[in-house]
Write a protein that binds this ligand. Structure first.
Ligand code: 13P
Length: 247
């Protein structure tokens, strides 16, 4: 069985002092975690994280990556730059970037491709809004988002991580029930299976108000391979409980 992956997404939170306290508490509490653990931090803190994690099993992730290799793209951060800081993962296509930064399915697919080309594992986010769920369009939306990534990346998608993050569950305290999440994970699994013979390598994470209380039941579902955790990843005790639930 694959190791589960628990990735924290700090979003635009943190400062040097708070990061240090949080990471030290995580390193102390993680022990020999049964799962892979990563924190996806704001880019200015990557150097700090690289120093703090040194020699530990804590992996570092970024929250975005440019689709371009280098050049006149003010404000962008390239995969090569991320690599220099020991970054293993990059979140791609988070709903907050789709919503507030106009990221399209095609752009998300390109970013996925650039990350893969440089040996960074993209955590590709898909998920429906509340209006889409209520209109019965969940399957159509997540399949469309996934299909764009598959179309651009072909068999290389066996190297990605997928995160199903229903937009209505993000930061709202409203978690998808384990059954609701499992249903979508199973259809994503089938879609990936049809696209690559190595789909068993792909971890499909759940994200959206995952916390210490609900993690175990979500993670016990057959197609939920881990979590992408926002708010609860900013509190060491909560994040450590989620890590402990992932076995
Ligand atoms: P919350 O855990 O705060 O709902 O955020 C989820 C998320 O967006 C992770 O990427």
């Amino acid at each position: 069985m694959k190791k589960k992956l628990i990735a924290g997404n700090w979003k635009m939170n943190g400062n040097l002092a708070a990061n240090e306290a949080l990471v030290r508490a995580l390193l102390e509490g993680m022990g020999d975690a049964a799962c892979t653990v990563a924190v996806c931090v704001p880019a200015p803190y990557l150097a700090q994280l690289r120093a703090l994690r040194s020699g530990s099993a804590l992996e570092i992730g970024a929250q975005d990556v440019s689709q371009h290799e280098q050049g006149a793209y003010t404000g962008e951060i390239s995969a090569l730059m991320l690599k220099e800081f020991g970054v293993r993962y990059a979140i791609v296509g988070h709903s907050e970037r789709r919503q507030y930064h106009g990221e399209t399915d095609a752009l998300v697919a390109e970013k996925t491709k650039t990350a893969l080309a440089h040996g960074i594992t993209p955590i590709v986010c898909v998920g429906e809004t509340l209006a889409e769920r209520e209109a019965g369009k969940t399957e159509e939306v997540v399949k469309r988002q996934m299909a764009a990534v598959i179309h651009t990346n072909g068999h290389c998608i066996s190297e990605i991580v997928v995160a199903y993050e229903p937009v209505w569950a993000i930061g709202t305290g409203k978690t998808a029930t384990p059954e609701q999440a499992q249903q979508v994970h199973a259809l994503l699994r089938a879609q990936l299976h049809a696209a690559t013979s190595h789909s068993d390598r792909i971890s499909i994470l759940y994200g959206g108000s995952m916390n210490a209380a609900n993690a175990a039941s979500l993670l016990s579902q057959p197609d939920i391979d881990g979590g992408l955790v926002g708010g609860a990843s900013l509190k060491a005790a909560d994040f450590l409980q989620i890590i402990a639930a992932a076995r």
